[in-house]
Design a protein around this ligand. Structure first.
Ligand SMILES: [Zn+2]
Length: 527
């Protein structure tokens, strides 16, 4: 089961909707459709692509809040917040702008001055104004919020993280830092004075004093992982969503993975587990959190506001999804941040996809067509080259599977590439074009092995480059999509006498002209 959803609540969504001149519900529905289309374009095979604003998530979020309150893990806190009369709303700290009292920078934000990096409170700012409307008609008001008592869960969370010896260091080190640095894990506000979000209720009941408030986006967003499975059932795609999520209803045999950037790790290692564990109900906890460092763009960060970098919709306009999937996965920022440059992207695509895999497929199929026709040729027997090839392939297949199971993305990509390379090396050594003159049956055997390699590649490559995989499978006339276990058995997929077709060029090389054009186009110019 593969679930994903759009995280729709929060101030940025409200402000983006206002900027677009649309009601926020309508705006979020449109963005969801756009995101779903992009995900499909990248061949992300979600079983369901849900929405955190769904009825299912609203109910479940309110249910968790009630459970946490019953367990004594929620307290009410009175605090002060800036209200903007012109905007008719409380403003989150970062939407208040003014002069920094420390360095005099005139566009400091209410949470931090980006010029001198000093952490600020909105009330520290000189001449504060709303960055939504520019209004200076601001007032500090008292407001009451719910806090999740994470500090009470600290020992439980520490013990849970300590069990996770197989997790990436990146994940556990961030969790430990938040748990133990300074005064340790702090309680966290889980409500906001906003209109857009999950209304604060204690299950189905009113929550006195919390009228007109919503849950904080980081409280309800991860709960949507669970609610999304219920959406999946309600959409008629499956049944019994609780079987995946409740250990009292069959979820003990589920292995649950989450994937995220490192900035999201604190919420997934601490706040969300605190919600689950604190509920006192048998909800499934995550088994493995795969976190990633940042992908940077050509010496800096990607920036939507500055149009710097290439974004998912633009990427698909210039090249098919396989090109992007291959580069991004083979350069996944696992051990450190990684950097996208157009030179590096061009080199990765041209060498790995076009020169290694694409070239092999093209050479083999075209040679066979010219000598034997579009038919898997008969005759010949395996020799030592084939025995070596099969034994190397078997080792690499097992290594590839082990890396995939360990969620080592870069190592998996490298192993897959090495499997492609074996095909080229075999062809260079076996030289069917030279053998053909003296012994056409021996050449037929070499070609048959090579055609079977294409069938093998179509299966092994599908997690990385699904479109090319499907092209190879169709060209070889293979229906069976089962994962190979034994290489020897896999070498009989294309049987003697069956037909194949020569596929269109699997990959086109990226030219220097294209590379230069794109580097300029995406370098960061504001519209
Ligand atoms: Zn400053």
């Amino acid at each position: 089961m593969f679930l994903c959803a759009t995280d729709e609540h929060g101030t940025p969504a409200e402000l983006a909707a206002a900027k677009a001149g649309k009601p926020v519900e309508k705006f979020c529905a449109e963005m969801h459709t756009i995101q779903a289309k992009i995900a499909l374009g990248f061949r992300l095979s979600f079983d369901h692509f849900g929405r955190s604003s769904s009825v299912q998530n609203r109910q479940l979020t309110q249910h968790f809040a009630a459970r946490l309150a019953d367990e004594g893990l929620i307290r009410e806190v009175d605090e002060q917040q800036v209200y903007s009369h012109a905007d008719k709303r409380f403003l989150p700290d970062r939407y208040i702008e003014g002069t920094c009292p420390n360095c005099g920078y005139s566009s400091a934000r209410g949470d931090q001055c980006e010029n001198c990096t000093k952490q600020l409170n909105p009330t520290d700012l000189i001449d504060p104004k709303s960055s939504v409307s520019g209004s200076t008609d601001l007032e500090v008001r008292n407001t009451r919020h719910l806090y999740l008592c994470q500090s009470k869960m600290r020992d439980t969370l520490n013990a849970w993280i300590d069990e996770k010896v197989d997790w990436p260091i990146l994940t556990t080190s961030i969790a430990k830092k938040w748990l133990n640095d300074g005064d340790g894990l702090q309680d966290r506000g889980i409500t906001r004075d906003l209109d857009w979000g999950v209304p604060v209720r204690k299950g189905e009941a009113e929550w006195p004093g919390m009228e007109d408030k919503v849950f904080y986006v980081w409280f309800d967003a991860p709960i949507e992982y669970i609610a999304c499975a219920r959406e999946w059932v309600d959409a008629g795609k499956g049944d019994n969503w609780e079987r995946w999520w409740r250990t009292d209803k069959g979820a003990n045999d589920v292995t649950y993975y989450q994937f995220m950037g490192k900035d999201n790790v604190p919420f997934h290692t601490l706040s969300f587990p605190a919600t689950i564990l604190g509920s006192g109900e048998p909800w499934k906890l995550v088994d493995y959190i795969k976190s990633f460092n940042y992908l940077n763009y050509d010496g800096g960060q990607f920036s939507t506001s500055q149009g710097r970098g290439i974004f998912m919709d633009q990427a698909l306009e210039i090249l098919p999804p396989d090109y992007w999937r291959w580069w991004l996965l083979s350069h996944a920022p696992e051990s450190s941040d990684s950097e996208f440059t157009w030179e590096n992207f061009q080199a990765g695509v041209n060498k790995d996809l076009a020169d290694v895999l694409g070239n092999f497929v093209s050479r083999v199929t075209k040679f066979c067509r010219s000598k034997f026709g579009e038919i898997i040729p008969s005759g010949g027997t395996y020799g030592h080259l084939e025995e070596d090839l099969f034994s190397n392939l078997q080792n690499k297949l097992e290594a590839y599977q082990a890396h995939m199971e360990a969620v080592d993305v870069r190592k998996s990509a490298a192993e897959l590439r090495a499997i492609w390379v074996l095909g080229n090396e075999y062809l260079q050594s076996a030289e069917p074009w030279a053998v053909y003159k003296a012994d056409s049956e021996a050449a037929a055997m070499i070609v048959r092995v090579s055609l079977n390699l294409i069938a093998l590649y179509s299966q092994l490559s599908s997690p990385f480059i699904p479109d090319a995989s499907s092209q190879m499978r169709v060209a070889m006339g293979i229906d069976d999509q089962a994962w190979p276990i034994s290489i020897i058995d896999a070498m009989d997929k294309c049987t003697e006498g069956s037909t194949f077709t020569v596929p269109e060029n699997l990959f086109n090389k990226i030219s220097d002209e294209n590379r230069e054009e794109w580097a300029i186009k995406f370098s960061g110019v504001r519209d």
